[in-house]
Write a protein that binds this ligand. Structure first.
Ligand SMILES: Nc1nc2c(ncn2[C@@H]2O[C@H](COP(=O)(O)OP(=O)(O)OP(=O)(O)O)[C@@H](O)[C@H]2O)c(=O)[nH]1
Length: 559
């Protein structure tokens, strides 16, 4: 790990967090997406069931009328029969052309088989009452095929695997209880039309009608029970309130009509068409409930699809935000560290190159700030140490004023600067009078003390910051006065002389030592293009004169 660069470490950490996050997120989205696709598939299944049910209605009429139209004796019945058969075939072909059906081998087979069955559907040649039951049963195979098509749709579009309780109950009602009622009502319609049209009914016909009468009751009972279970089942059933449950009585109504039109009227006086229309109307009421239930199921899936789409969107957005936020954090964190490290490296380079003036500073407020503060503390200590070293190299060890080395640098530098500003530099060479005698009389220690006192006295008379005093030789001092002419130099020299005269060194025995000095003053303005050596020589010349003229005085060089 230590061998890795910081970007490589970040990529590693990013990968450590991002990879599981991405895998979980993708899994999550894939699961939600497949659940959404399943709900969409189921809704398509319900739509197909609805179309298939429209065909069922026609095929039921074909079945019921097949009982009579065996010999096409009644043109009107035959027309009804053919009309519904043609409509059913048309619907089946449209159904077969639907992409969902064309893509499904099983459904395609079932539809084409049903088409074949209807195309070859011809009225059977039954004769009397005992035959019509057989004819009806045979014709019913077409309706049964249509119902098995519905079941196949439920299987192929995963409606049957939906373990939602309400959906299970609904599918049960749609595929079992309701078809059972249609079967019995169809019998009542077909048989009734047959007897009323022929106005003939033998004992076996009566028996068959009576059986149907009983079976209608049973169908109604089953229907009531299954609806009761559906209504009392939990969850999401408020929409089922909109269904007209009084339509369930249509089974009983049909039973009543069978009674009124046929069983109670042995003369069969009623018109077959009135009976047909009345029963068809009752069957239509039940069909309407069937359609409402399919609509309800479709709406239920639409609602689920909407919810799933919304939660998929929310999940995708929140995962997106999470990924962006994590990336932002990592990138921000990385950039902040890289930025801080960059600043610290630059600061370290500056220090290595000797630049100790610029503060080590970073904008971060974290542990990097602690490192920066420590580095800055080091920089300050280095700078102080360097200043001390520099000060030591230019300071005279005894008197603590500047030394000769400083003077040798300072005078040419000041002369150069003043030349550019067209200003003079004044040099004072100060020599203590009879210092040899002082040394000889009181000893070197006293001599040293006197040198210290004189040096500080001279320093005390310098008014400007750029003025400097250096120990030029043993008991000789040099004062550089930048931007000062001869008059200014003379005034300073006079002040220095007075200060030295005022010095008193009290010895152990009570003896007091006093001193005087001689000063040679020279200004760079005195000569053209004055060099440092020339200025020293001029000041030295004046000092010599001061000594020669009796000491304890200052002499200004004049051309
Ligand atoms: N105590 C002490 N004496 C020093 C030091 N440096 C030089 N001297 C002495 O200063 C004396 C200088 O003497 P001279 O150059 O003859 O000058 P002077 O005695 O002051 O006479 P004039 O300058 O002519 O007045 C010498 O005796 C040096 O030994 C020092 O650091 N300490």
């Amino acid at each position: 790990m230590d061998r890795l660069t910081i970007p490589a470490k970040f990529v590693l950490v990013m990968a450590f967090f991002a990879v599981p996050l991405a895998i979980t997120s993708i899994q999550n989205i894939v699961t939600m997406q497949s659940s959404l696709s399943l709900a969409e598939k189921r809704r398509v299944g319900v739509e197909l069931q609805r179309s298939a049910f429209d065909m069922v209605k026609r095929i039921e009429i074909v079945r019921d009328l097949s009982v009579f139209s065996r010999n096409a004796a009644n043109q009107e019945i035959n027309h009804l029969f053919e009309q519904n058969r043609a409509e059913a075939l048309q619907m089946l072909m449209a159904f077969e052309a639907r992409p969902e059906v064309r893509q499904n081998q099983l459904l395609k087979l079932s539809v084409s088989s049903l088409i074949g069955r209807l195309q070859t559907f011809r009225a059977s040649s039954g004769s009397e009452g005992d035959m019509i039951g057989t004819i009806y049963g045979s014709a019913h195979s077409a309706v049964a095929k249509a119902y098995s098509l519905q079941q196949e749709i439920a299987n192929e579009f995963d409606l049957s695997t939906d373990n939602d309780f309400v959906t299970e109950q609904l599918l049960g009602v749609l595929s079992d209880s309701l078809p059972k009622s249609y079967y019995e009502m169809g019998k009542a319609r077909g048989f009734g039309v047959y007897f009323l049209e022929t106005r003939l009914m033998n004992s076996s016909g009566i028996k068959m009608l009576e059986e149907t009468y009983v079976e209608l009751w049973q169908a109604h009972e089953q229907l009531e029970n299954s609806f009761h279970l559906l209504i009392t089942s939990q969850g999401g059933l408020t929409q089922l309130d909109q269904i007209d449950y009084s339509s369930l009585n249509s089974v009983l109504q049909t039973r009543q009509m069978l009674d009124d039109y046929l069983l109670l009227d042995v003369d069969l006086q009623a018109e077959w068409r009135d009976y047909y229309d009345s029963v068809t109307q009752q069957i239509g009421l039940l069909h309407a409930v069937h359609t409402q239930l399919l609509d309800f199921l479709s709406a239920r899936y639409s609602e689920r699809i909407l919810q799933k789409r919304e939660s998929l969107l929310h999940r995708s957005v929140s995962i997106g935000v999470l990924v962006l936020f994590t990336t932002y954090l990592f990138v921000g964190f990385y950039l902040s560290i890289r930025n801080s490290i960059g600043l610290l490296v630059n600061a370290a380079n500056r220090v290595a190159e000797g630049d100790l003036e610029e503060k080590v500073a970073i904008s971060a407020k974290d542990e990097m700030l602690d490192i920066a503060e420590m580095m800055d503390e080091m920089r300050q200590q280095l700078r102080d140490r360097e200043l001390q070293l520099v000060a030591m190299t230019i300071t005279d060890g005894l008197t603590r004023v500047c030394n000769r080395a400083f003077f040798n640098q300072e005078l040419p530098a000041r002369l150069e600067k003043s030349r550019r500003a067209d200003l003079p530099v004044c040099l004072l060479l100060i020599d203590i009078d009879y210092f040899k005698k002082l040394n000889d009389s009181y000893g070197h220690q006293v001599g040293d003390d006197c040198l210290i006192m004189v040096a500080q006295a001279i320093k005390g008379q310098l008014l400007r910051e750029e003025d400097s005093v250096s120990r030029y030789g043993g008991e000789e001092f040099a004062v550089i006065l930048p931007a000062t002419d001869s008059l200014g130099g003379l005034a300073t020299a006079e002040r220095i002389l007075s200060a030295i005269r005022r010095l008193k060194l009290e010895l152990v025995g009570g003896q007091v030592v006093t001193m005087t000095a001689s000063i040679g003053v020279a200004s760079s303005a005195a000569v053209e293009q004055c060099s440092d050596d020339r200025l020293v020589a001029l000041a030295d010349e004046s000092l010599y004169k001061a000594k020669h003229d009796g000491r304890n005085r200052c002499i200004v060089y004049k051309k």
